[in-house]
Design a protein around this ligand. Sequence first.
Ligand SMILES: [Zn+2]
Ligand SMILES: [Zn+2]
Ligand SMILES: [Zn+2]
Length: 137
Amino acid sequence: MVQRNTWQRERVREALSDARGFVSAQSLHATLRDENTGIGLATVYRALAGLAAQGDADSLQSPEGEALYRACTSTGHHHHLICRSCGLTVEIEATDVEQWAKRTAERHGFRDAEHIVDIFGLCASCAKTRDEERDAD
Ligand SMILES: [Zn+2]
Ligand SMILES: [Zn+2]
Ligand SMILES: [Zn+2]
C-alpha cells in the first residue's frame, strides 16, 4: 500500500511537537513505532529535514555530532540554551553574538554569513539533582 508522504510528515510533526526539547530522529522513530504508525526511520529523517527546511523545525548538532530536531516556538533567527540531561530548551536572543558574527565575517571579507550558536549545559533543576546525588555519596 502506498501511503501519502504528507500524512507521514504531519504525524512526524505532531510527535515533534509532543516531544520535550530537542530529539533525534531515532528517538522520534521509537515513539512513532510504539504508536504502531508504521513510519520507517528513513521517512522520519526525510520528514524532519523537510520540516527544518521549511522553518517549521529547528535543527542543531549535539556535542556528540548527532542531528537533533525540535518544533520551534519562535520564528526567525534565534539561539538555544539546552539542558544535556533532560532536554529542556530555552530560546534566547543573543545580540552580542549577532554583532560579533557580523563584524568577524566583515573583517575577513565574508558576505551573507550565517551562524549557529547553541549552548549546552545542565538546567537549574538537573544541576540541583546532580548536587543532591553527589551529597548522598
Ligand atoms: Zn528554536
Ligand atoms: Zn535539565
Ligand atoms: Zn545569532
